[in-house]
Design a protein. Structure first.
Length: 144
């Protein structure tokens, strides 16, 4: 330890399981942002357009006029589509054809369950979701 504890302890001895429990508590949950912004730097803050650089000066002037006139600002659409997000996150291009190397193009978004089921049945693919097995029980502690 850097410094002795108030009771004079200078070293800590752990069993393997105790050590892993302490190390595991330091690992963040999966897919969790490690940086959180609060106040005016939060993603939905009303004053954020005035503090964070915008894509263009015209957008900043529109935001300034909207704030001055107390009118609600129009939400602008996200500039990055789902394929770009997947490409940036996982370094995998979902629109690249694995057979010919060409580019796929998006024809439509199908969101209704009935339409998705009909398409899968027509293609001869399974329509039921994957069955999930229950998680295994945690290992029993040595002192129990």
């Amino acid at each position: 330890m850097k410094r002795p504890l108030p009771d004079g302890t200078t070293h800590l001895l752990f069993t393997g399981l105790e050590f892993l429990r302490r190390v595991a508590s330091l690992v963040p949950p999966p897919r969790a942002n490690l940086t959180r912004f609060h106040g005016v730097f939060a993603p939905g803050a009303h004053l954020r357009p005035f503090l964070v650089p915008q894509a263009g000066e015209e957008e900043a002037s529109v935001a300034l006029e909207a704030a001055a006139s107390k009118e609600p600002m129009k939400e602008r659409p996200s500039g990055v589509d789902w394929a770009e997000v997947l490409s940036r996150t996982f370094d995998f291009d979902v629109l690249a054809c694995v057979r010919c190397g060409g580019r796929r193009r998006l024809l439509a978004y199908v969101k209704q369950a009935g339409a998705v089921r009909a398409i899968l049945e027509h293609l001869g693919l399974p329509t039921a979701g994957a069955s999930l097995t229950p998680a295994p029980a945690p290992p029993q502690a040595a002192w129990c």
